[in-house]
Design a protein around this ligand. Structure first.
Ligand code: C5P
Length: 236
């Protein structure tokens, strides 16, 4: 069985802001209520990788949500460079060739970086998949890519809580499931179409929840982060 994860380490706060100054102000306000931060395209391309190094140095965990996808050699070398930052998670699109290359880069770097596969973006429905040239439904693509991720030795999958039970059945207990689209009861849902609460995510077998605007836009981000952690602790 995998190592138990503390409720606080299960919360990943998405730093979807435009500047590292803004991100650092938020992190200071959250204090010890959270320990894990996600950096995506917006902040990553605006000084976020240097911020990631500072966060790791300060004892935080970092999720680099850069969703890599390129020829194998480029992915493998990119993963090796990113591994030097000391991040905990890095996303790649769950194409078998890309996942194999990412796993090779991870193993060569040996820093403990874990690779997460993004099966099918949650903004895609069956019509979008058809338009992109796929003959399979989104559900079938998710299942096929999760199975490939497991066989290749990817460390986990990013998926919706709705997909988590299906993905867990494919991956078994030893891989991680990381889920965005989380809203504490009563929060604005924003542009997320299907949302679940932190407690529901735990019951669906999710290991880590990614929460952005309910924390980053809150009057008291520390309090919201605390409540989410407490809600997960109670559900476990
Ligand atoms: O603000 P919110 O809680 O909706 O932020 C969710 C975070 O998770 C954002 O960084 C978003 O890019 C990311 N994400 C998502 N859905 C996915 C994959 C990532 O919302 N399928």
């Amino acid at each position: 069985m995998p190592e138990p994860i503390s409720p606080r380490d299960r919360l990943i706060v998405a730093l979807d802001m435009a500047s590292t100054d803004e991100a650092e102000r938020l992190i200071a306000r959250i204090g010890d209520a959270a320990s894990f931060y996600k950096i995506g395209y917006r902040l990553g391309y605006a000084g976020g990788l240097a911020l990631a190094e500072r966060l790791v140095r300060d004892g935080h965990k970092v999720f680099l949500d850069l969703k890599l996808h390129d020829i194998g050699n480029t992915v493998e070398e990119g993963v090796q460079s990113l591994a030097g930052i000391g991040a905990t998670f890095l996303t790649v699109h769950a194409y078998p060739q890309t996942m194999r290359a990412a796993a090779a880069g991870r193993d060569k770097a040996g820093t403990g970086l874990k690779i997460l596969g993004v099966t099918v973006l949650t903004s895609y429905d069956d019509a979008d998949a058809r338009e992109a040239g796929y003959a399979s439904s989104v559900a079938d693509l998710v299942a096929a890519r999760a199975a490939a991720a497991g066989a290749i030795g990817i460390d986990g999958i990013v998926c919706s809580a709705a997909e988590a039970p299906q993905v867990r059945a494919i991956l078994g207990p030893d891989r991680l499931i990381v889920t965005p689209g989380i809203r504490p009861a009563g929060a604005e849902i924003g542009d997320q179409k299907r949302v679940v609460t932190p407690a529901e995510a735990m019951r669906a077998g999710v290991d880590h929840v990614v929460v952005g605007r309910p924390i980053t836009g809150a009057a008291d981000p520390r309090d919201v982060a605390r409540r989410i952690v407490d809600e997960m602790a109670a559900a476990l």
